[in-house]
Structure formats: C-alpha cells, structure tokens
Ligand binder design. Structure first.
Ligand code: SAM
Length: 349
C-alpha cells in the first residue's frame, strides 16, 4: 500500500524513524520514555521489535547526534549563566518529525541538575506532521510539563507555542514563508512576551537536520544553509545526519528499497561522499571548522567503550558485516558558523 503522493511517502519516513526509536527504547538502547507517547493507536497495537542491526544503528546515530547537540548546549553554559544569560542559545530542527530529543535532553539535564541553556527549541515539518505532534504534546502531561509554562495550539491546530518549545508547520522547499514565520515578530500580539520573533538571530543557534536533506532537491538545501549562515550569530552551528555513498552496490540496494516505497531521493542524486557533505556546508557559508564521520567510524572510535559494552549485552547480533555495511552508508556532519573559539566537533569529531 505504498502512498502515491511523493510528499506523503516522504512524511511516512518519520513513522519508520519513530518505530525504530520506540523499538530501541523499549529494549534499553535509548533512555526514551517519550517515543511511545507519539505512537498512533494502530502502531501501539502492534509494537514492532526491530532487528538488532536496526536497534544498534539507531543507538549509534542517536548517541552521536545527541553528543554534538549537547556539546552545543553545554558551551552556552560556560560564562553565560553567571552573567545572568543562561538561556543564551536556540535550536532549529528542520524535518523533525516525531523526534523526542528535546524531552530526552530536558529529562537528562534535570536529572543532572543543570540549568537548561536553550531559549527556544523550534521544530518544523509538514503541517500534517506538526499538527499531530501538537495534539500529542498538548494532550500528554509528560510532554507538556517540560515546555516551561503556557502551551498554546497555533495556526488552527497545525502548530504549537510555549516558552521553551515551538512547533511550526512549513515546507522546507519554500524557505521565504518559513523564514518570515521564524524571524518576524507576530503581526498582532496581546502580551509583550509574544512580541519577540520565535527565533532571535542574535543568539547562537544550532540547525539540526537529521535525515531530512536527502529528501530535498539540492538547490533547496543550499538555500537553507546559506539562509542559516547569513542570518544567525557567530557561534551558530549545523549538525546533519545523512545517507551517503549510494553509488556502490550496497548503496544501490538501499536506493532500490527506498524506491519500492515510492520515494524519490532528490538529495542523493549527486551521491554525497564524506568530503562532499562537509564541502556542502563550507560552500554555503558555514566557514568555521567542519567535519563528517561515518556512523561506523563513530561507533568504532568515538562511542565510549562502556557504552558499547552496555549495548552489546542487550541483544545478540549475528550480522556484524551487514551492520558495518549499513553504518558505512550513513554520516554525521557538523559545521560552525564562524568561530567564536568554542565550536562543536572541536574534540576532533
Ligand atoms: N528528523 C527526524 C528523525 O531523524 O527521526 C525525522 C526524519 S524523517 C526520515 C524525515 C522528515 O523530514 C519527515 O518527518 C518529513 O516529513 C520531513 N520532511 C521531508 N521533506 C520535507 C519538506 N519539504 N518540508 C518539511 N518537512 C519535510
């Protein structure tokens, strides 16, 4: 029953990501009590246990992206909280789907007794996705209670606003409209608190692009990156997670599997490589330090030994070669907008 509308097929990829996160969380790979709250009634009735290979991949990719996001948030803690400017950064996650990172990190930071440094965490996706996420978030106490106060449903049910978190419907291929919604003060406002735009360009901002650019035509990706680099303060950064190297034999299988689900991959037509993933950032104005690593390299060389040991006890993995083949086709890429001496990835990855 593959959807025939290409945009519906692209939106459907989030359901896959959600089921993978839920599977990994329920088996102990991830500390994520929140993914279950986004399952549809049908998804809840058939809890899907993914194969070990998928769970391990989900763990490695989530670990790596979390690490870079936390590096960014933690840098903002240094110096800023003592000067009374604790909430000195922002996160903009495009194509966020049902991602639960905001709640996972809030929970972790709460447990560690850390002050949250992020003024606003904003997620954008197609209206269908943000509408159903807005319903889930506003209807579940575990999610709503971490948003820092008053939660409002916006845009006829398609968006949500709150002191710390916002959901905005939009099409990433139409950046002008999105840019206006993100950066302009609301046209009409009854309280002084809502006069500010959703995002303040003067604050260092992290652009999170987890498994989304592959679905966009490359010129639209370039437009997004250039817009980001030219609008946000030095100290801003980009993290993306993407498939790459899809022109080898395994990559062709990956493409075929995706095509079977009526997906086109405009962002993969030029078959990105690790080098082109970083030069894509540099060519679009992300001129601070950049880097890109395959998830296989990250798992082999960066994930701490204790974490790998913990995870290896959760399930038996028979398909080690296949795991490595899959992880060699996904990369985490990072880049800094200018240098303010604190960039992410400065530990060498
Ligand atoms: N970032 C989430 C994650 O890693 O779990 C979801 C990834 S999912 C594979 C891709 C997401 O990008 C989907 O939620 C899809 O709706 C969104 N997306 C793709 N193209 C988009 C576009 N043109 N405008 C808005 N969202 C888009």
């Amino acid at each position: 029953n593959a959807p025939t509308n290409p945009d519906a097929a692209v939106r459907g990829t989030d359901s896959d990501a959600l089921l993978s996160r839920h599977s990994a969380a329920s088996l102990g790979y991830l500390d994520d009590p929140f993914s279950a709250l986004f399952l549809s009634p049908a998804q809840r009735r058939t809890p899907e246990r993914r194969p070990p290979l998928i769970n391990i991949g989900t763990h490695a990719r989530t670990w790596a992206v979390d690490e870079l996001v936390e590096q960014f948030l933690l840098q903002r803690e240094v110096g800023d909280s003592s000067s009374g400017r604790a909430k000195a950064c922002q996160v903009l996650s495009l194509g966020a789907g049902t991602d639960t990172r905001f709640w996972r990190l809030r929970k972790k930071w709460e447990a560690e007794g850390r002050e949250w440094t992020c003024r606003k965490w904003v997620e954008v996706d197609f209206p269908e996705a943000t509408g159903s996420k807005a319903r889930a978030v506003s209807g579940k106490a575990e999610l709503k209670s971490r948003l820092g106060g008053d939660v409002k449903i916006e845009q006829g049910g398609l968006g949500l606003s709150s002191p710390l978190y916002a959901l905005l419907p939009g099409d990433l291929r139409h950046l002008d409209a999105l840019s206006t919604s993100l950066l302009s003060p609301p046209a009409y406002s009854t309280t002084s608190a809502s006069i500010e735009p959703i995002l303040l360009p003067s604050l260092p901002t992290l652009l999170l692009l987890e498994c989304v650019l592959v679905y966009l035509p490359p010129p639209d990706t370039d437009t997004i990156l250039r817009w980001f680099a030219s609008n946000f303060a030095p100290g801003s950064a980009v993290v993306s997670y993407d498939p790459f190297g899809l022109d080898d034999s395994f990559g062709k299988v990956m493409r075929r599997n995706l095509a079977l689900r009526s997906l086109t991959l405009p962002g993969a037509d030029s078959t990105p490589t690790l080098a082109s993933l970083t030069s894509r950032l540099q060519n679009n104005g992300i001129t601070g330090s950049t880097g890109s690593m395959s998830v296989r390299e990250i798992r082999d060389e960066v994930v701490p030994v204790e974490e790998k040991e913990r995870v290896s006890k959760l399930e038996n993995l028979d398909e080690v070669e296949e795991l490595n083949l899959v992880l060699e086709h996904y990369a985490v890429t990072w880049g800094n907008v200018g240098e303010d001496g604190r960039g992410i990835g400065s530990k060498g990855w």
